[in-house]
Design a protein around this ligand. Structure first.
Ligand code: NAP
Ligand code: MG
Length: 405
């Protein structure tokens, strides 16, 4: 069989520990037999990041900007223990943080749904993708404890030196606390563009929610910026794609999300997104089935699994034991990236391969063959736990059949 050819290189970012082991196996068993992979390879594994003083992470982010699509393996974010374990020169920053900052991107997290593993919310039939604004608000706050008798004010000094003051509270007879938050129009605009672009790219409705009824200047600014950008740049494209942009109050959004059948993107402010993404992910079942896409406002895409390097499994693997680590989110990172590359380069055979790779992976699970984590969740009457390599082999066999057909 002729392998599928690619046109533009895909930016491939290798990673650490158990996911690095799975990464090689996925390429070898599921990708290379069918696709003549054209990748520009960056080794973001911790030893090479250390060797290059983390320059490799910066180079990888620049490559994504150049080519438009990347796929990333999970990587270790070093802490003190890792500095010792890997004898690092420095406690390097999170690669995801570096790449996100360089691309000015928004992260979209979406679950992979499969028969036999039902969401805890019985009405949910399709994935709910959560987009979290990852800048500002309470994550870059300034806060103080305030003694009784104090008067707190907001003070803003304009470029010409004039001060504007606004009372916050007078603490009569009790101690208290205050907090200062900010966001920027530039960051909110980037967030809005990334959300609208992603919604168009997956052809799903976009919901956005804030507490604008209470926060009439701060949250209202988010609502206004989204509305303005939608009208100016995306309304026509949304109508042509048959999707809608829908703004509602966060309380109303929460109620509607629970009653919905899924199948849309929910954009949230930073704190709402932090909390709601954990709720949505848990309700859909498993971290091992959660994918993640970073989208930049100018339309670059980076695909990865939402989970980490699965360290506990790796230590067992290194000790020569079998592991049953779930590769699904990493496989879907590859299929997502290849599909996007196919779309941009107009390669229908590659897009078809990406679809079949996902179909084969889900079919194996639906036939009752799965990793241990899924056996614990699955309601199928007959199911069998296999190790990671057996699972990948079963997917490869299924994929070979699909590709031959
Ligand atoms: P983790 O790697 O996501 O693993 C946490 C636990 O979740 C595992 O021990 C395992 O539970 C379960 N799990 C996660 N993914 C699984 C999979 N694919 N198959 C089966 N079980 C899975 O999180 P962590 O242990 O907190 O972090 C490990 C390393 O990953 C850290 O160095 C961290 O910096 C890094 N990290 C990287 C990223 C990223 O690159 N995007 C994200 C998060 C964390 P059991 O052990 O109970 O089976
Ligand atoms: Mg959280």
């Amino acid at each position: 069989m002729d392998r599928i050819q690619m046109r533009t290189p895909l930016v491939e970012m290798d990673g650490d520990e158990m996911t690095r082991v799975l990464w090689q196996a996925i390429k070898e068993k599921l990708l290379c037999p069918f696709v003549d992979l054209k990748c520009e390879y960056y080794d973001l594994g911790l030893p090479y990041r250390d060797e290059t003083d983390d320059q490799v992470t910066v180079d990888a982010a620049n490559a994504i900007k150049k080519y438009g699509v990347g796929v990333k393996c999970a990587t270790i974010t070093p802490n003190a223990q890792r500095v010792e374990e890997y004898n690092l020169k420095e406690m390097w920053k999170s690669p995801n943080g570096t790449i996100r900052a360089m691309l000015d991107g928004t992260v979209f997290r979406a679950p992979v749904l499969v028969k036999g593993i039902s969401p805890n919310v019985s009405t949910w039939k399709k994935p709910i993708t959560l987009a979290r604004h990852a800048y500002g608000d309470v994550y870059k706050n300034s806060e103080m404890a305030v003694p009784a008798g104090s008067r707190a004010e907001l003070v803003v000094t304009a470029p010409d030196g004039t001060e504007t003051r606004q009372p916050i509270f007078t603490f009569n007879g009790t101690d208290g606390i205050i907090q200062g938050l900010h966001n920027t129009d530039a960051s909110i605009r980037s967030f809005a563009h990334a959300c609208f672009k992603y919604a168009l790219s997956v052809k799903q409705d976009l919901w956005f929610s804030t507490k604008d009824t209470i926060s009439k200047t701060y949250d209202h600014r988010f609502k206004d910026i989204f509305a303005e950008i939608y009208e100016a740049d995306y309304k026509a494209a949304f109508e042509a794609a048959g999707i809608t942009y829908f703004y509602t109050l966060i309380d109303d959004a929460v109620a509607r999300v629970i009653r919905s059948e899924g199948g849309f993107i929910w954009a949230c402010k930073n704190y709402d997104g932090d909390v709601m993404s954990d709720m949505v992910a848990t309700a859909f079942g498993s971290l091992a089935m959660m994918t993640s896409v970073l989208v930049s406002p100018d339309g670059n895409y980076e695909y990865e699994a939402a989970h980490g390097t699965v360290t506990r499994h790796y230590y067992r693997y290194r000790a020569g034991e079998e592991t049953s680590t779930n590769p699904i989110a990493t496989i879907f990172a590859w299929s997502g990236a290849l599909r996007k590359r196919a779309e941009l380069d107009e390669l229908p055979a590659l897009a078809d391969f990406a679809d079949k790779l996902e179909e084969a992976s889900l079919a194996v699970i639906e036939d009752g063959v799965m990793t241990k984590d899924l056996v614990l969740l699955s309601t199928l009457p007959e199911k069998k736990a296999v190790n990671s390599m057996e699972f990948l082999d079963a997917i490869a066999a299924r994929l070979t059949a699909l590709m031959g057909a």
